[in-house]
Write a protein that binds this ligand. Structure first.
Ligand SMILES: [Zn+2]
Length: 262
């Protein structure tokens, strides 16, 4: 079901069975000394494959380039300007639609970048209101993994052994996800454990507001929490729960008619 693994005629054939395409989105950023910089993209790619196994849809080639201002001071991070990411989403959606996939679900696995996909939705909406421009022939749906994880956490408290405040970045959760998706790229032996009782020492000066935080000041090792508790089995359980959840969402997207439905 991966677009770039299929031949051109196979892509066309699949477009006759489903009009939904998933665009897996990650980033390139430091995830501690033990996880690859592509962590979020590998998770997105694996999850998209698992959704496509459950519900007919095509998986676009994953996008690793993304905005990244907060983690620029770590080694290995690549940040791309927001306008570039937005333009790239739009160009990919245009091309997916031209090939017959008129519902594009952008599966975002890099925190705080979901805003760019929402921005694209607003740009498309503005365009549809203007009389001098034709609306684009597709709908964009944002699947932000953070929302799904919050929902899952409420449903399945037992998913992680770490306390909720130690689940975040390069932690037990993310390490488990990569152990399930790309075990060949996890280097747990490189982990220098944070001293017991310490971490996450991510304590913002201003609470109750969203603002740009320079992560390296508060998270010098590039990860928080208890990644040593990670296992592939936990990652698989989480990915299965996420894939079940999103398969239901994709099922509804398939039935959705932009002219008829709300
Ligand atoms: Zn991540």
């Amino acid at each position: 079901m991966r677009w770039h693994h299929m031949t051109g005629p196979e892509v066309v054939q699949l477009a006759q069975q489903t009009d939904v395409a998933i665009l897996p989105v990650g980033c390139v950023e430091m995830h501690g000394p033990h996880l690859p910089t592509g962590t979020d993209g590998f998770t997105a790619e694996k999850l998209a494959d698992m959704i496509a196994e459950r519900e007919p849809c095509i998986v676009l080639p994953p996008l690793f380039y993304n905005i990244n201002h907060q983690m620029r001071k770590y080694p290995g991070t690549i940040g791309v300007p927001p306008d570039v990411v937005k333009a790239l989403y739009e160009a990919i959606c245009d091309e997916a639609a031209r090939n017959g996939f008129r519902k594009i679900a952008i599966l975002i696995c890099h925190g705080s970048s979901e805003i760019i996909a929402y921005h694209l939705q607003n740009v498309l909406f503005e365009r549809s209101r203007r009389e001098d421009q034709k609306p684009k022939p597709y709908s964009v749906f944002v699947l932000w993994i953070g929302d799904a994880l919050r929902q899952l956490r409420a449903e399945a408290e037992e998913l992680w052994d770490s306390p909720p405040e130690k689940v975040g970045h390069g932690c037990e959760m993310e390490t488990s996800l990569v152990l399930a998706a790309r075990p060949d790229l996890v280097k747990l032996d490189r982990l220098e454990l944070l001293p017991e009782g310490e971490g996450p020492y991510f304590s913002k000066t201003v609470q109750g507001a969203t603002y740009q935080v320079d992560w390296i000041k508060q998270v010098p090792k590039g990860y928080i929490g208890m990644p040593h508790l990670a296992t592939a089995e936990k990652g698989e359980r989480a990915l299965n729960a996420l894939a079940d959840h999103y398969a239901q969402v994709v099922n509804q997207i398939r039935k959705y008619h932009p002219e008829r439905d709300v």
